[in-house]
Design a protein around this ligand. Structure first.
Ligand code: ADP
Ligand code: MG
Length: 299
């Protein structure tokens, strides 16, 4: 039978928007030694907005036309970055093109045919994978500018049309209130706190620095998030993974405690053993305290 202290603890959690799936989840939480935090949608709100478009110097399209191409392709994607681009196009009341052959390349970006041209939109890794050498495009100042904003914490998406880089799209996401407070408190509670993201290293390090995380895994492919959890477990650590996306689900399942954000994808919530209903990162600390206190009562 479940000890009364656990039932009380779980009820207490539920009142504060922390849903433990079962009593084992509550007990395990109190033993966690390392906590891996996803970036987009977990530490940040996961609702990025388009900040700016930098057209490539040799390409004579207006920002509106570039945005129209990008939004036409992203209209077929459900990624938060895609929504940001489509929303920007809607705000300008642009009429989107029909597209063919849409492909989502997980962890990389998207590809489609627009007006018989091949349009690619995604990160640098996507361009590499598709054989487009950004550096060779004779646009040093343009590239330097885009890389610079990346250092400032913005996410940069590159767009190529028929193999030519035509623009950089600069997007920004907002930190969740309480993110820094949560990280500070988790560290003070002797946890090893790590950031893990599919986003690029520059953006990831900037966000990590802002919230006070020293250990960062950036450019992590969805299938590799799971491996990072295993790596820490192999070091003998009890690991919690906190995420919100479909791409986080395998890692949430592998972790000793999987924690999903309430605003996250259904599969993330279904896979996790704890859900933070209000998606407040400070809920992690409350969950930890509650579990530790309950364990002390039982033992
Ligand atoms: P995360 O949620 O940790 O950022 P994802 O695997 O969802 O991880 O995305 C990783 C990266 O892949 C994004 O930061 C972006 O650069 C690129 N990407 C993914 N989907 C898209 C998309 N629809 N359009 C453009 N880029 C994308
Ligand atoms: Mg995410």
């Amino acid at each position: 039978a479940t000890p009364t202290a656990l039932v009380v603890g779980m009820g207490n959690g539920a009142r504060h928007g922390i849903l433990f799936r079962h009593s084992q989840a509550m007990m395990r939480m109190g033993e966690v030694q390392a906590i891996l935090l996803d970036k987009t949608g977990t530490l940040t709100q996961g609702r990025p907005t388009l900040h700016r478009i930098i057209p490539a110097p040799d390409w004579h399209d207006t920002p509106a036309r570039l945005l129209c191409y990008a939004a036409s392709v992203e209209h077929a994607s459900e990624h938060p970055l895609a929504l940001a681009i489509v929303q920007a196009a809607q705000e300008q009341q642009l009429i989107l093109h029909d597209i063919d052959h849409f492909t989502a390349l997980t962890g990389h970006g998207v590809r489609a045919t627009v007006n018989q041209q091949t349009v690619l939109l995604g990160n640098r890794r996507l361009m590499q994978q598709q054989g487009i050498d950004i550096e060779q495009q004779n646009a040093t100042a343009f590239i330097a500018e885009a890389e610079q904003v990346q250092q400032e914490g913005y996410t940069v998406l590159w767009m190529a049309i028929d193999g030519n880089i035509v623009a950089a799209f600069i997007l920004s996401d907002t930190l969740r209130p309480g993110a820094t407070e949560a990280v500070t408190a988790l560290k003070a509670a002797s946890l090893r706190v790590l950031l893990m993201t599919g986003d690029n290293a520059a953006t990831a390090h900037r966000i990590a620095k802002t919230v006070g995380i020293e250990e960062v895994y950036a450019d992590v492919l969805p299938e590799d998030k799971l491996l990072k959890v295993k790596e820490l477990q192999q070091q003998g650590l009890v690991v919690a993974m906190v995420g919100d996306g479909i791409n986080d689900a395998p890692a949430l399942a592998q972790a000793d405690v999987g924690v999903a954000m309430g605003t996250g994808a259904d599969v993330a919530i279904e896979t996790a053993s704890v859900t933070l209903v209000g998606s407040d990162p400070r809920g992690l600390l409350r969950a930890l305290r509650l579990s530790r206190a309950t364990l002390r009562t039982i033992r």
